[in-house]
Every structure is written in structure tokens, then in C-alpha cells.
Design a protein around this ligand. Structure first.
Ligand SMILES: Cc1cc2nc3c(=O)[nH]c(=O)nc-3n(C[C@H](O)[C@H](O)[C@H](O)COP(=O)(O)O)c2cc1C
Length: 138
């Protein structure tokens, strides 16, 4: 069964190579596991969307939880989906670089992007807009 899980966590002791390392592992492992999605980093907060088989995504999420590069994880949305939104992305990366700042703030209730405060519906709209309208990092 196909599901989408969205969670947030706070970056912790991130070194300059950590995001690159996370992305490389993600792309390799997620391709092999049939997982797609996107990882956003803004305001010191990770926001990740994972799509794939329910049990596969559960197992991956529990592995990610053990990673010392983040803390305070919270599942913000979990739903079954008819199809993937990030079908071609084993893990896209987005940060609030200048070009994307307005997009991040469009969905923020306060002056800072804070996914912990966002409703599931708002998170879904944010990711849907990200797909078509963002500057992706590689
Ligand atoms: C915020 C965050 C998101 C991550 N997302 C993924 C992911 O989608 N897929 C993945 O395999 N690893 C992800 N990781 C990395 C894992 O925690 C772990 O380091 C990695 O899966 C180890 O795989 P490797 O031994 O093949 O490098 C993430 C880590 C963090 C901190």
C-alpha cells in the first residue's frame, strides 16, 4: 500500500558535509527501496516527505530516527495516497535560499518557517507547490 509520511526534526551538530552525505545515502537507499520524496531545510529544521510502501517507509523512518544529526522528530502527516507526487525524485533537496524564501513564508503562520506549527493540509499544499515551483538543489 502506497503512503506518504511527512515529519519534522531539528538539525543537530550539522557539519558542512552532512547534508551532502544524507542526500547521497538517501538517493542510493531510496532508489533501491522504491522510496521517493523531498527533504527541506530551513530555519534549522528538517522537513521530509517520504512516499512508498507503508512498511518500507515505516522501516526507513525508524532508521532515520536513530541518526544523531537531528533531534525532536515529530510525524506531522501520514496518509495513504493514490499515486506519488515525487515520482522522479529519490530525494529532492530544497532550502530556503533567496529564490525560495517567499514560497516558504507563504505557508508559515509566523515570520519564520516552522513546520511543527503547520496543519497537514498546509504541509500537503506546501509540498505540492514545491514540486512545480522551486529552485532545487542538487
Ligand atoms: C533529516 C534526515 C533525513 C534522512 N533521510 C534519509 C532517507 O530518506 N533515506 C536514507 O536512506 N537515509 C536517510 N537519512 C540518513 C540515515 O539516517 C542513515 O544515515 C543512512 O540511511 C545510512 O545509510 P548508508 O549506511 O547506506 O549510508 C536521513 C538522515 C537525516 C538526518
Amino acid at each position: 500500500m502506497l503512503i506518504r509520511l511527512i515529519y519534522a526534526s531539528r538539525a543537530r551538530n550539522l557539519g558542512p558535509m552532512d547534508v551532502k552525505d544524507i542526500l547521497e545515502s538517501s538517493r542510493r537507499n531510496n532508489a533501491a527501496a522504491g522510496v521517493t520524496g523531498a527533504l527541506c531545510i530551513s530555519n534549522g529544521i528538517f522537513l521530509q516527505c517520504l512516499e512508498g510502501d507503508r512498511m518500507v517507509v515505516n522501516t526507513l523512518y525508524h532508521r532515520i530516527l536513530k541518526d544523531s544529526r537531528h533531534q525532536d522528530p515529530a510525524i506531522l502527516d501520514f496518509q495513504d495516497i493514490a499515486c506519488r507526487d515525487f515520482g522522479t525524485w529519490n530525494m529532492g533537496l530544497v532550502s530556503a535560499v533567496e529564490d525560495n524564501r517567499a514560497l516558504f513564508l507563504k505557508y508559515a503562520s509566523g515570520p519564520q518557517f516552522d513546520p511543527y506549527q503547520m496543519r497537514p493540509e498546509t504541509l500537503r499544499a506546501f509540498f505540492a507547490e514545491l514540486i512545480g515551483n522551486t529552485r532545487w538543489l542538487s
